[in-house]
Design a binder for this molecule. Sequence first.
Ligand SMILES: [Zn+2]
Length: 256
Amino acid sequence: VRESAYVCVCVFVPGCIQDSGSLVGQSEWSAYFPDCRGTSQSPIDVVTTQTKYDPSLIPLTPLGYSQHGNKPFTLYNNGHTAVIELPEWMGLGGLPWLFTAVQMHLHWGSGGPSHGGSEHTINGLSADAELHVVHYNSELYPNMSAAMTQRDGLAVLGILIVTGEETNLAFNSILNYLSRIRHADQKVPIPAFDIQSLLPKDLGRYYRYNGSLTTPPCYQSVIWTVFHERVQISKAQHGRSYLLVRLHRIFLHVFC
Ligand SMILES: [Zn+2]
């Protein structure tokens, strides 16, 4: 067993509570992080018959997503998932404030046959995976750590991913490099690419709600946008991403 088997996984946490290597499952999160007991927790099941059309919501505008420049992006395994740091000129318009991009990451779930990998579900149906693009409110707060505890501090895009026959070349810009970050804390530079190509085409139809980080410390600081349109990757592409998860799940013992 590698030394990192008992690594403390700090997904978003400024100060860390170390629990010496015991397994802290989702049911125990709230013992360590009171916010995980909150009433605005994510993810949610979107029940479309209970959603309300809000004419004040406008289409989201990704800012600079396609201007990736020549400097490589950094892809890393934070012990929980694969994360890509985003340059600070990328942001999001179409919300009451300007939001600056921080990072994006993927969720694959537990991957069992009866359990899809997405975090959000629509009418009880999960997708196979979910991409989250994380931004902070740069009009009101100086950085991510200041914003992440504040209501309206973060804006996260949720992109549901389903598997099909066709290969989605945009996702290869990430998937091609996952084998290089099989272990927690591994970091590799990857060629910069067009982030907008990962998003669905229709950015005008989405579900908006106020929710939280989906892992401890569960701060209820996120303006969520879950797009109605799903993006598709091939089964083979999904299989490659799942391989990474199985490997690094072995090392995921503690959330803190
Ligand atoms: Zn996430």
